[in-house]
Design a protein around this ligand. Structure first.
Ligand code: ADP
Length: 395
């Protein structure tokens, strides 16, 4: 009886065991599957992360370039671009637009089309109007990769270099022009006097010739002096300034007196409003005379119409800071000229009628800074142009 029971139990076990074995196998398989799945998912995620890292790194790298950069297909479609490139082009570069279709007809589009057509490393100059300013660029295009020859395009901003070049060129032209006129006049008189003894004997002619020669010699000296002063103030690491105590009010009145004939010929009015009186100031009297002279003379030079109103003020704040202003209600300085007005050789006069070398305000700025001061200018043409000098408290 027992053996029957055992036999039946064994038979059941033999029947069930394969199922149990199958169950565990399937379960193990399912587990493996699940692991496989999570591993795949993990790998997929990792790949996605890596891609986004690479993309981020790439865009970080592109941003770090600092200059506008574009990667273009030969068709003109943007493959990649950084933020400065988007700003420069004025288009949304993130959505990969075709620049040859999206950019308005003009120099920028033609230059990009030419560079893409060239299919080789090329450089082109480009002038763009941006925020009302004329910007100069040099664009360099380089073919990248070898499949469909994408083009890497970099924009280099050379506006400042270009401006400096123009200023230098203008200075040489201005300085030679300024020097040539008085030199020609001097040579003319000298030739007449040496080649025509009768003229040289004529006292009236001789006196007149000497007066004119003297006037033009003064002009030459003025120009050379200006160039020397600028180079002295610009090149010396610390310009040798005298530290003397003088009355600023007296200095201003002296300068106004020196310019009296110009003031009268323009029917101008110069108000001097300096408080307290006397106004003691520490510094180099010579340079302070130059500062005030140049500022007042400039206003008189550029405003030839009668009736100019000028005012020179100076005051001290309770903590000893000194504020000096020179202002006029003349033609003023255009906003586009204001940032460059203190640059040496920069001239704002577009008519070519006003004599000068563009050194006056450069000397003023250097001289003010040599006294640890700051000079700024604001201008509303026709209403008020004001130069403002701030000096730290003096002991
Ligand atoms: P310049 O030798 O030509 O006078 P400056 O450096 O003294 O050179 O001045 C630079 C330019 O600033 C001048 O060309 C002039 O046009 C302009 N300027 C200076 N002061 C004034 C002013 N008060 N009003 C209008 N323009 C001015």
């Amino acid at each position: 009886m027992i053996s029957w029971n055992i036999a039946i139990a064994l038979a059941i076990l033999a029947f069930v065991l394969p199922f149990i074995f199958l169950y565990f196998r399937m379960e193990a398989q399912r587990q493996r599957h699940r692991n496989d799945y999570t591993e795949k998912e993990y790998l997929r995620r990792m790949l996605r992360d890596m891609e986004s890292h690479v993309r981020n790194d790439k865009s970080l790298f592109l941003e770090a370039l600092g200059v506008p950069f574009l990667l273009l297909r030969p068709s003109g479609r943007v493959v990649m671009a950084n933020r400065p490139a988007g700003e420069l082009l004025g288009v949304d570069v993130a959505c990969g637009p075709n620049l040859l279709k999206i950019l308005p007809a003009g120099e920028l589009r033609s230059v990009i089309a030419e560079l893409l057509e060239a299919r080789q490393a090329e450089t082109r100059p480009l002038t763009l109007q941006q925020n009302g300013k004329e910007m100069r660029y040099v664009i360099t295009a380089t073919p990248l990769g070898n499949a469909d020859r994408h083009m890497g395009v970099v924009f280099h901003d050379v506006t400042e270099e270009y401006r400096t070049q123009v200023i230098r060129r203008d200075f040489v032209a201005n300085a030679s022009h300024e020097l040539r006129t008085p030199l020609t006049i001097l040579r003319g008189y000298l030739e007449t006097l040496s080649e025509n003894p009768e003229d040289a004997q004529d006292t009236a002619y001789r006196t007149r010739a000497l007066q004119v020669m003297n006037k033009h010699l003064q002009r030459i000296m003025h120009l050379v002096e200006g160039m020397l002063t600028v180079s002295r103030l610009e090149n010396a690491s610390s310009p040798q300034l005298k530290q003397e105590l003088f009355d600023f009010e007296e200095l201003v009145n002296d300068v106004v007196l020196q310019l009296e004939s110009m003031v009268q010929s323009r029917l101008a009015t110069v108000k001097v409003n300096i408080c307290p009186s006397p106004f003691p100031l520490h510094g180099d009297r010579f340079y302070w005379s130059q500062i005030i002279f140049n500022l007042v003379e400039n206003a008189l030079k550029v405003n030839t119409a009668p009736g100019l109103m000028m005012e020179i003020t100076a005051q001290k704040s309770p903590d000893g800071e000194v504020c000096i202003t020179v202002q006029d209600n003349g033609i003023g300085i255009e906003a586009e000229d204001l940032p460059y007005i203190f640059n040496r050789f920069y001239r704002a006069d577009k008519t070519g009628q006003v004599k000068g070398t563009g050194l006056g305000l450069s000397i003023v700025r250097h001289a003010v800074e040599a006294h640890n001061g700051k000079i700024t200018v604001t201008s509303t043409p026709g209403e008020r142009t004001q130069f403002c000098i701030l000096l730290q408290a003096q002991n």
